[in-house]
Ligand binder design. Structure first.
Ligand code: PNS
Length: 173
């Protein structure tokens, strides 16, 4: 159940953010307009080999969202529903780029509500049109071929360039 006064609403925006994209940043900034407090939570998943460590992913988010006063960056492991309850939050936020995203997200929304005894709701925000094609997996895939996409914040561009020792025009000039 949400707080009666929605001005008190705390929302958790979870994800792998490996790496954070401009699409994630857009969703975060838009949600920060209506959330009282917005926690962007990076999943620490021991079963996956990430491109960037949790500490790096947290630091990219902190750098990209430093100007938004009601946004906090955190990391978590284990069940999302447990983390949301522990944080005293009301809801999970997920972005949707297409109908497939909804199909994937819907069971998780139902599951998170069920395993939290009805406490954890999910709010979906549609991606802005300019970001419907943007995903972390595409960023990682093209990075493996030495391409730094325009889909990520500047701090991530620099990190990918360093990681793959890519010499861009801006470095050359
Ligand atoms: O950015 P992603 O990879 O799409 O984010 C997926 C995430 C972190 C939201 C999801 O994997 C998650 O919540 N993981 C924690 C484990 C969990 O609670 N799973 C759902 C059970 S209903």
């Amino acid at each position: 159940m949400f707080h009666e006064n929605t001005e008190d609403m705390t929302i958790v925006y979870p994800g792998s953010f490996d790496p954070v994209t401009l699409g994630h940043i857009d969703i975060t900034r838009r949600a920060a307009e209506f959330a009282h407090r917005l926690v962007v939570a990076v999943l620490d998943n021991p079963h996956k080999e990430p491109m960037f460590s949790v500490a790096e992913r947290v630091s990219f988010l902190q750098d990209s969202l430093a100007d938004v006063s009601n946004v906090e960056i955190d990391s978590f492991s284990g069940l999302l529903a447990d983390y949301v309850v522990k944080k005293g939050a009301d809801a999970v936020l997920r972005g949707l780029r297409c109908a497939d995203d909804f199909g994937n997200e819907f069971p998780y929304a139902v599951c998170n509500k069920a395993i939290s005894g009805g406490r954890v709701e999910t709010i979906f925000l549609p991606a802005s049109p300019e970001f419907v094609h943007v995903s972390s997996s595409i960023v990682r895939e093209v990075a493996n071929f030495g391409v730094v996409s325009d889909f990520v914040p500047p701090v991530v561009r620099v990190a990918i360039e360093k990681r793959f020792l890519i010499l861009t025009d801006s470095v050359d000039s």
